[in-house]
Design a protein around this ligand. Structure first.
Ligand SMILES: [Zn+2]
Length: 61
């Protein structure tokens, strides 16, 4: 397992936590729009995770 595989797993783990465990980018307790951001972040993280294997393929090639 390469470092990019581990990174992809970590990203997926964090995205899952944000969606299912109530993790927030800003856990200060005040509502200043972070919920909207939190809702968008998992999909952004996952697109990064999908990118990692492609980066590895490029590095190997
Ligand atoms: Zn805050």
């Amino acid at each position: 397992m390469g470092i990019l595989d581990e990174a992809a797993q970590f990203i997926e783990h964090v995205a899952d936590r944000i969606e299912n465990s109530g993790w927030s980018l800003c856990p200060c307790g005040e509502d200043h729009g972070q919920a909207r951001l939190d809702a968008e972040v998992p999909s952004v993280l996952r697109s990064d995770a999908e990118f990692a294997p492609k980066m590895r393929a490029t590095a190997d090639g």
